[in-house]
Write a new protein. Structure first.
Length: 600
């Protein structure tokens, strides 16, 4: 396991002092900043080119406190955030309060030693393991600190959330085991709340299936780390437990309610096994969490129909909640793993432009609070949406460390210069190949070719950056237009040979390096098996006929079982591969396909 670095930066120490308790005696003595409070305070510090570590210097602490007290200093910052009761939040943060929080250095030191002894690590929002989806969607309301134990790399793996009541029945547990088996077989792990009932049963089922799990702990992470229920799985790096709360906190209903949102935010979809409805006298955590997800449209909400009559809360979610546009989708024990993947991946395609490439790879995010000289020379600060919370701290860097916004344009200009030099007056014959090369890039490449031009002279390579830029290259013989790219993964598209529109057998495949998202798609057992069989069909067809593209009818002959799954089942799977750059389609009208050169 790549353990989180246990050495804490000065910025992280300052954030801990501002936001966390260090022992039970402090619960009544101190008042750490709330999530909203720190979210705004961090934005304000960045606006005036301060870092949290500056608060550890007494002179700078007074300087910051005096500036904070000037109301006009908040006007430009307030326009950048969308927090409720912002004036009350500002007035609640005073210099004496900051001084009392920062003065707890001894308590911090003892707490770090205690937590480190049981393997608890700490992520602030600039840490590379901090989940990018939480920052992207919650912005200033993302927790300032996440505490955890176990393998932090699991936080970036594709996950399906499981939520349900602590007071559940055996048929609810059986349904949970069934759904967990299906999603495990499809390449997903479980993320849940680590509480008794559905939560822990879903996590343990995934672990017993030889898969992995994430648990979001609402009470004492310190105790959970030593629990016999989890300890062996933590030891073997199959489990990670995290919490946004003080590691020795007691259980409270409020924390349990707050915890639910992180299950949704770390999942690709969440399954409700059993839920009651909230009423005036009692709130249901499962119900409230599902409502919050529907309101914010974070991920698909899948609601189980395994009981007849259904749980009241489940049926109410399926019937629709007044004033909420989001709708839950029903699932049952009769649904196959394929149909569950279709529900999940279908939503992913609809929302692909909002995805962050972290979905299944270790997200690289520069530490904008504490950057060493080596980091300044080696790294480029990325002002992407995922680390919007703190990107203003990049203003403290020398200009050489900031990104060159003209890099993408210079690539396009060089390509244009090469195109002008190779200009030809010969007539064109155009053919179009549309392909999405990454699950998150959603880029379209349109290629047209002069049949009389030598292919070697027309070879072209373009680097697509992670900044969401638009690059357009016009060439007389070859036109390549790359539309809007929204991705945090750097990828390379290389057209080594061009397409002869008049000779389908001469279609040349595109050399593609799989992106992390594509690798994760192919890591799903069902998807990988099907794709490997497709690869074999293409190879056999090419050896037999010399053609590099095949018609859908040939695929149907090899997979007759799709007829039993519905008329459009095979079309949907092929479209999914095309949309994710795993297949290339000759044109929109003909159902003819070819494979990229990269093998599974």
């Amino acid at each position: 396991m790549d353990k989180v670095n246990t050495s804490i930066s000065e910025n992280t120490k300052a954030v801990l002092l501002l936001t966390t308790f260090f022992n039970s005696n402090e619960l009544r003595q101190f008042k750490p900043l709330t999530i909203n409070g720190y979210g705004y305070f961090a934005r304000w510090l960045a606006a005036y080119k301060y870092q949290p570590a500056d608060l550890l210097d007494q002179a700078k602490l007074f300087e910051i406190g005096n500036l904070w007290g000037q109301l006009e200093s908040h006007q430009p910052v307030k326009q950048k955030v969308s927090l409720q009761r912002l004036d009350a939040t500002i007035s609640d943060i005073t210099l004496p309060r900051l001084q009392s929080l920062i003065g707890r250095g001894a308590s911090l030191s003892m707490a770090l030693d205690k937590w480190n002894a049981v393997g608890i690590w700490i992520l602030d929002r600039s840490n590379e393991y901090y989940p990018a989806k939480i920052k992207e969607r919650l912005k200033e309301q993302a927790p300032a600190i996440l505490f955890g134990v176990g393998d932090p790399k699991l936080l970036a793996q594709p996950s399906i959330g499981f939520v349900g009541s602590r007071d559940c029945h055996q048929d609810d547990l059986n349904a949970t085991s069934h759904y967990v088996k299906n999603i495990n077989d499809s390449g997903y792990q479980v993320v849940s709340g680590a509480a008794n009932g559905i939560d822990s049963h879903a996590m343990l089922s995934s672990l017993e299936n030889g898969n992995t799990a994430i648990g979001i702990v609402a009470d004492s992470l310190f105790k959970s780390s030593a629990s016999s229920q989890w300890r062996n799985h933590l030891k073997h790096n199959n489990l990670v437990l995290i919490s946004p709360f003080y590691p020795e906190s007691r259980f409270t209903p409020a924390n349990a309610m707050l915890r639910n949102k992180y299950i949704y935010l770390l999942s690709q979809a969440t399954i409700v096994i059993c839920s009651t409805q909230s009423n005036e006298n009692q709130k249901s955590g499962t119900w409230e969490g599902a409502k919050e997800n529907l309101k914010n449209a974070w991920v698909p909400l899948l609601v189980s129909n395994h009981k007849c009559p259904n749980h009241l809360g489940n049926q109410a979610l399926l019937d629709g909640i007044p004033k909420l546009e989001g709708k839950a989708k029903p699932i049952s024990l009769d649904d196959s793993a394929w149909s569950l993947v279709e529900l999940i991946s279908g939503h992913d395609l609809e929302h692909s432009t909002a995805k962050v490439a972290q979905a299944a790879s270790k997200v690289q995010q520069d530490n904008l609070f504490d950057i060493s000289a080596e980091q300044k020379a080696a790294h480029v600060v990325k002002r992407n949406y995922a680390n919007k919370d703190e990107f203003d701290f990049a203003n403290r860097l020398p200009s050489a460390a900031l990104p060159n916004t003209n890099d993408s344009a210079s690539v396009a200009n060089k390509a244009n210069e090469g195109a002008v030099n190779s200009q030809s007056e010969q007539p064109h014959t155009k053919t179009t190949v549309t392909s999405t090369f990454s699950h998150t890039t959603q880029s379209n490449a349109i290629v047209s070719r002069d049949n009389g031009k030598n292919r070697d002279e027309a070879s072209w390579q373009a680097a697509v950056t992670s900044e969401g830029t638009v690059q357009q290259v016009e060439v007389t013989e070859t036109k390549i237009e790359i539309n809007e790219v929204k991705s945090n993964v750097e990828c390379t598209l290389q057209f080594n040979e061009l397409i002869d529109a008049n000779n389908p057998a001469d279609i040349q495949q595109t050399s593609v390096t799989w992106s992390p998202e594509q690798q994760n798609i192919l890591a799903m057992p069902l998807v990988k098996s099907f794709y490997q069989q497709l690869d074999t069909i293409f190879k056999q067809h090419r050896e037999k006929t010399g053609q590099k593209c095949i018609d859908i009818s040939l695929i149907e002959q090899h997979f007759p079982e799709f007829q039993f799954m519905g008329k459009t089942a095979l079309d949907k799977w092929l479209k999914y591969f095309v949309d994710n750059g795993l297949l290339l389609k000759l044109n929109e009208r003909k159902k003819q396909y070819t494979l990229p050169k990269t093998q599974v």
